[in-house]
Design a protein around this ligand. Structure first.
Ligand code: NOJ
Length: 450
């Protein structure tokens, strides 16, 4: 008997109030890149350039969620999933990033929100999931300090139009990833590189996170306000002092740099000296404007990283030992499958006194799924989810704070620089026909949630 039938997991073990959901993001699913007055985002521009994305994939149509949202909402209901996380495309509702508002964009999100509520599904909105309006990028994007104002005006618009029905909000998604990949390494939109772009973007995004949350709080006093961080369990490759120190620096960069200022602890400059360069961009009073008392913190964890010291890598003096070099089981993303990572990050983030509530707002795996006789037998993904849920149970049994779990993702979708080859969905998408097929993992999740 395989583990699917054999799983002892039961929803009731997590408690009645535990939140179950599924997560998506606008650019990865919507398509309709220029429909009804939408402006271009930095990702529309980046994906239109040759050589940026694997196989030159783009998201002009993606999962066509813009047109087929009702089909997908019906599927969420069919899978018994009570909470749906999606993001707003800023240039769809503000084509140039600033006023005026595009009413057609507002109407579109209203239709989604209303349809979810009619289906008994709770909407969870992410305000920024990486698709900055291109017009703002022409003015420097997140490297321009004015981005804090642009963003808070956009947040006010979302709160005004959707706040009467939407109570759950996430301000910014994974700031470490989009600033690191987009403003330092240049492998994500907008494709900028270099330490000064990166540090400016880091500081402005952090200011914008706190400011955006305050705008939401004022506009919707009873809102449940969170923001999401990518996090990874870090281990040194050996017990040599150099590797241990290197692992500490990587841990500081990946797990601490963005959350600590938000919690009122400032940037961890002592443990990652390059962050001292941030002082060039921190203006008087900024340090008083970086924190916000979030109702919840969304953690997104997929794997662990093993780190060794390396003099060749500037600023951090460390490099990751990839999963294939370690000969471990990994996903299509090349990420090691290591469920205890989730337990370790929960333990780590539980140490922060300032976190009220933790929700796992993303976890999932990409595998090369195929449809055979109308079925997708994605046993590896099913196990991945079950094994991660067991780690959450372990954490809960130890009394750690963790109050929800959202799978990434509802359907296969556009996985940024990886294009469409990395399939993360509970539901398979044939990108030629847009046909949806619920995978084995989706069927298991449905049973589990029933
Ligand atoms: C993080 C991001 O929020 C999401 O957009 C991405 O697709 C998944 N993790 C998987 O890489």
């Amino acid at each position: 008997m395989n583990k699917v039938e054999n799983s002892f997991l039961n929803k009731t073990q997590f408690g009645e109030d535990f939140l179950w959901g599924v997560s998506t993001a606008a650019f990865q699913i919507e398509g309709a890149h220029d429909a009804d007055g939408k402006g271009s985002s930095i990702w529309d521009v980046f994906t239109s350039q040759k050589g940026k994305i694997k196989n030159d994939h783009h998201a002009v149509t993606a999962c066509d969620f813009y047109n087929s949202y009702q089909t997908d909402i019906d599927l969420i209901r069919e899978l018994n999933i009570p909470n749906f996380r999606f993001s707003i495309s800023w240039p769809r509702i503000m084509p140039t990033g600033v006023h005026p508002v595009n009413q057609a964009g507002i109407d579109y999100y209203n239709k989604i929100i209303d349809s979810l509520l009619e289906s008994g599904i709770e909407p969870w909105i992410t305000l920024y999931h990486w698709d900055l309006p291109h017009t703002l990028e022409l003015k420097g994007g997140w490297t321009n300090r004015e981005s804090v104002t642009w963003f808070s005006d956009y947040v006010a618009v979302c709160a005004h139009y959707f706040g009467d029905r939407v109570k759950n909000w996430m301000v910014i998604n994974e700031p470490s990833v989009f600033t690191g990949a987009g403003y330092f390494l240049g492998i994500h939109a907008p494709g900028k590189k270099g330490i000064s772009n990166y540090l400016k973007a880091m500081h402005h995004v952090t200011l914008a996170t706190a400011k955006g949350a305050k705008v939401l709080r004022n506009a919707i006093p009873d809102a449940n306000i969170g923001t999401t961080f990518s996090c990874t369990h870090i281990e040194p490759a050996t017990q040599n002092a150099k590797d241990i120190e290197a692992a500490k620096r990587v841990d500081t960069l990946l797990n601490r740099t963005f959350i600590e200022p938000i919690l009122g602890l400032g940037y961890p400059q002592k443990d990652l000296p390059v962050l001292k360069k941030l002082n060039n961009y921190i203006l008087e009073d900024d340090l008083n404007n970086l924190d916000f008392h979030f109702d919840f913190i969304g953690l997104q964890c997929y794997t662990r990283e093993v780190v060794k010291s390396s003099l060749l890598i500037p600023y951090i003096g460390a490099e990751l030992v990839s999963a294939d070099k370690r000969n471990v089981i990994s996903t299509e993303m090349g990420w090691e499958v290591y469920p205890p990572a989730l337990y370790h990050v929960l333990k780590k983030f539980n140490e922060y006194k300032g976190i009220k509530k933790i929700i796992i707002t993303e976890n999932g795996a990409a595998f090369a799924d195929t449809v055979t006789n109308g079925k997708v037998f994605d046993i590896k993904r099913t196990h991945y989810i079950q094994d991660h849920l067991e780690q959450i149970l372990k954490a809960k049994e130890e009394g750690l704070n963790v109050e929800g779990y959202f799978v990434w993702s509802l359907t296969d979708n556009f996985e940024w620089a990886e294009g469409y080859n990395a399939r993360f969905g509970l539901i398979h998408v044939d990108f030629n026909t847009q046909k949806r097929t619920i995978k084995n993992s989706g069927l298991w999740f449905k049973d589990f949630l029933s």
